[in-house]
Design a binder for this molecule. Sequence first.
Ligand SMILES: CC(C)(COP(=O)(O)OP(=O)(O)OC[C@H]1O[C@@H](n2cnc3c(N)ncnc32)[C@H](O)[C@@H]1OP(=O)(O)O)[C@@H](O)C(=O)NCCC(=O)NCCS
Length: 173
Amino acid sequence: MIETSRLILRPWEDRDRDAAYAMTQDAAVMAYLPALDRAGSDAMVDRIMAMQAEHGHTFWVMERRQDGAMLGMCGFCPPRPPLAEYEIGWRLASAAWGQGYGAEAARATLDWAWAHRDMASIVAITFRGNAKSRRLMERIGMTHAPAEDFDHPALPPDDPLRPHVLYRIHRPM
Ligand SMILES: CC(C)(COP(=O)(O)OP(=O)(O)OC[C@H]1O[C@@H](n2cnc3c(N)ncnc32)[C@H](O)[C@@H]1OP(=O)(O)O)[C@@H](O)C(=O)NCCC(=O)NCCS
């Protein structure tokens, strides 16, 4: 469990499944993400839980300390195709946007990763047009690597969400 001034980042529990599903039904949250029904949302939670069990980290639940509200998720995953590096990622319920929770969780995630794993760098990817996610990447000190932008191979060739940007941050000296 990771604590910041306003948040707790913790592993998922079954009680988080409804909040995860509610986020998938929020059009603002899903604007640049593939749609998910209840079964798809639960399968995502299963994968996130399995990652925690196998690797000791995952895209953790972001819980607000003040009231225990489940605000979303933030964390990092091991290298997975098409990426060759660890990847940080986030998803916040839209009611929690614009308050700095994403950056607070992302900074805590990076601190944990540098302290507990030995990777030299971490990347983040998102749809080219996802301005909020790109701003968050820049806010936490990540740098765009335009030469490494790519079309996401998991999406169909005609999917408008295919063009992805890649940002990177190196382990602090
Ligand atoms: C990407 C996402 C997490 C960004 O959320 P966000 O709220 O814009 O980002 P932060 O949590 O870092 O908050 C920063 C904003 O809060 C403001 N803010 C308000 N109070 C603040 C405080 N106490 N501390 C810091 N920032 C604060 C900042 O000024 C900034 O506003 P701005 O972007 O208008 O300049 C969110 O849009 C999201 O979940 N999107 C949907 C899912 C998604 O696309 N995920 C990425 C897929 S790859």
